[in-house]
Design a protein around this ligand. Structure first.
Ligand code: SAJ
Length: 415
């Protein structure tokens, strides 16, 4: 086994990279975080965090104060590198690996031989091998052959944490580790066992990549089933929530919840990586994506149908985050619905209620027919109440306040 991996550089200090850097530093490693954004680097070096995540700031502040954690914009030499950069998809749903490629090139110039490079970003099958090729193309003096003096080691260790519970799940969840060689897997196990209390499950890189995609595709397909049921039930005049509740009494049936669509950076993206790897075979997975992506349009149509009854409809749109009780508006189906409503209902007003943000996102701000409004004021003024996210304060709404309103409840919150 190579050196004991004391210094770790985490490339990309986002929602996953920064918590990973923090728990590694807490476990006694010397961690140098790297991010292109000066503002992120400055925030971390002053012991603060650039986004909201329960429990993160305390650990970052402690690690920075004890000089276990620092941040910079350039990749330094280290014993191990963890790559945690975005892998968005392009227009054709193919993964954009450019952030991984740049990280790999920046790491390559720092290598002395013996280092471990772990890819954490969710990626299509074959990406860890691709990252190794990028590094070795820059450094033909190095090799993946563990018998060689100048070897470097590559592995995939996908994250599986749930936003809002990252600091707990980062430590407690079981973790899949897939090296491009068995020695690389063992080195990664050693590194992750410094902070991970869950089981560390060793496999090869390709299977590890596919396992992460499979987990999110599984959830996507199951949500698509619920969303399709909701469309069918609506047409048959059946209450889908009651239907699911009843069916779930069966000991082997566990249907998820329908909603206005599937958002976030993971479940709405990752299944496409399977589809683009095997388009001919991934039929169910592709269809599930299409069903979930079509749901915002179904909600929009239903709302417009009702809005037609009013000359200048006032629509209270409750929630634009991608799911309950978070401030993350990325890939949010409810935000998409509000945008389309604002485009279409020109004579009306959309009263957006989002208790987790202080201002509307750029594309909605400044529109004359859209206002960020307090919950009570929006409910009082509205003709139509469109519930899009099951945030806790919406659950508390007094039903008396809704008595005279037309309600479109996409989450079944007020049943
Ligand atoms: N949703 C429904 N109905 C449901 C459950 C969720 O419509 O019954 C919607 C949500 O409203 C949201 C979207 O699906 O728009 C995704 O939310 P989520 O809570 O299912 O998942 P994420 O995206 O916050 O986190 C997922 C998790 N993956 C799985 O549960 C398999 C998390 O463990 C992963 O680490 C994360 O993706 C990731 O980073 O890949």
């Amino acid at each position: 086994m190579k050196n004991p991996l004391q210094t770790v550089s985490v490339i990309g200090l986002g929602y996953i990279g920064l918590p990973t850097a923090a728990v590694l530093a807490q476990a006694g490693k010397r961690v140098i975080g790297v991010d292109l954004q000066e503002s992120t680097v400055t925030a971390v070096n002053s012991g603060t965090v650039p986004f909201v995540e329960e429990g993160l700031e305390t650990v970052v502040a402690g690690a920075v104060a004890r000089e276990r954690l620092s941040a910079q914009t350039q990749t330094p030499p280290a014993d191990a590198f963890i790559v945690s950069v975005p892998t968005p998809f392009k227009d054709d749903h193919l993964a954009d690996l450019s952030y991984i490629d740049s990280a790999a090139r920046a790491i390559a110039v720092q290598l002395r031989g013996g280092e471990l490079i772990v890819l954490e970003s969710t990626s299509p099958p074959g990406t860890t091998e691709h990252m190794a090729e990028v590094v070795l193309a820059e450094r033909p003096d190095l090799t993946q052959d563990p018998m060689h003096r100048n070897s470097v080691y590559f592995a995939h260790a996908p994250e599986r944490v749930l936003p809002g519970r990252i600091m707990i799940e980062m430590v407690d969840n079981d973790r899949i580790i897939g090296g491009t060689t068995p020695v690389a897997s063992e080195m990664t196990r050693e590194l992750y066992s410094s902070f991970c209390r869950g089981e560390l499950l060793l496999t090869d890189a390709r299977t590890a990549e596919m396992a992460k995609l499979t987990e999110n595709a599984f959830r996507d397909v199951n949500i698509a089933f619920a969303n399709e049921l909701s469309i069918i039930a609506d047409k048959l005049d059946i209450d889908v929530w009651e239907l699911i509740e009843l069916a779930n009494h069966h000991p082997r049936v566990n249907i998820l919840q329908p909603g206005p669509g599937v958002g976030g950076h993971c479940i709405a993206v990752d299944p496409w990586f399977i589809v683009s790897a095997e388009p001919e075979s991934a039929r169910l997975i592709a269809t599930a994506r299409e069903v979930n992506d079509s749901k915002p349009e179904v909600v929009l149509e239903k709302t417009l149908d009702v809005a037609e009854r009013f000359k200048a409809p006032k629509i209270a749109a409750l929630g634009i985050a991608f799911k309950a009780n978070i401030d993350d508006l990325r890939e949010s189906p409810s935000r998409q619905i509000v945008n389309r409503l604002a485009d279409t209902v020109e004579d009306g007003t959309i009263l957006v209620v989002e208790p987790n943000v202080d201002e509307l996102p750029a594309e909605l701000a400044g529109r004359p027919n859209v206002q960020l409004t307090e919950l009570d004021a929006a409910l009082d003024a509205a003709d139509i109440v469109l519930l899009l996210v099951d945030h806790a304060p919406f659950k508390q709404v007094d039903q008396e306040q809704l008595r005279t309103k037309i309600i479109i409840d996409t989450k079944g919150l007020w049943r």
